[in-house]
Unconditional design. Structure first.
Length: 239
């Protein structure tokens, strides 16, 4: 598949302190490491020094390195002591926190994971975004693997909704700010929303929500029948 495939999960987890956010990221990455050997290690990138960051095998240095990544001298942070604006473990950012990680060697892989937690004061949502690795794309878009990955992340993230899609397909199907976006595989926490859907597709009810699957294989933007099918589902969910 030539089109870039992505997994996007939207969750409700605003106003995390720096400590809570770093531990949240660590739990996600460690969960992925336990899920599959592809996630054998993780790296990141320091924009300030324009250099790679590598974490130890047991993540003993993860906290300190990410703490320095999200520290910003230009931001007045929110602390228990309202007069204190410096960055500390218990600090909350008025802009939220965002970091990116590369699995399976920062040099060898073109995959990317972003964890973006927005503050309550923002209109933005909080997202987990994973760009599937092109070097193993056929393995990652196997429906059984993709579903297992989605369910593994669902356990730790408790998302509101989630989608696996290609970017061009996503842009052909979804309207701006549409909730939820429809992709190849779509997770919706509020299963009552699918009661109006009469389109023939695979439905799998999970313990918390429902998963909709357009077809066994991942469609791209040239698969017009499935683009139209996804648009039909989108319109039904709007009702």
């Amino acid at each position: 598949m030539k089109e870039k495939v992505m997994l996007r999960l939207r969750f409700d987890k605003a106003d995390l302190t720096a400590e809570e956010y770093i531990n949240f990221c660590k739990n996600i990455l460690q969960s992925l490491m336990n899920f599959d050997s592809y996630f054998s290690n993780f790296g990141s990138w320091n924009l300030e020094t324009n250099s790679a960051i590598n974490f130890g095998d047991n993540f003993e240095d993860f906290y300190d390195k990410v703490f320095l990544q999200i520290k910003d001298k230009e931001i007045a942070f929110i602390n228990p002591n309202s007069k204190d604006k410096d960055f500390q473990n218990e600090s909350i950012s008025p802009f939220g926190f965002r970091t990116s990680y590369t699995p399976n060697s920062i040099i060898e892989s073109n995959a990317n994971i972003s964890i973006d937690v927005s503050p309550t004061s923002s209109s933005r949502s909080s997202f987990f975004l994973f760009e599937f690795p092109s070097e193993q794309i056929e393995r990652f878009i196997n429906i059984h693997f993709a579903m297992a990955l989605l369910k593994n992340l669902q356990i730790i993230l408790h998302p509101i909704d989630g989608t696996i899609f290609t970017k061009p397909f996503f842009h052909k199907v979804n309207k701006k700010d549409f909730d939820p976006p429809i992709g190849w595989i779509t997770y919706i926490k509020d299963s009552s929303r699918i009661k109006n859907i009469s389109v023939d597709l695979i439905k799998e009810f999970a313990s918390d929500g429902v998963i909709l699957i357009l077809k066994e294989s991942c469609p791209d933007s040239n698969d017009i029948d499935y683009v139209n099918k996804a648009i039909e589902i989108r319109d039904m969910l709007t009702l």
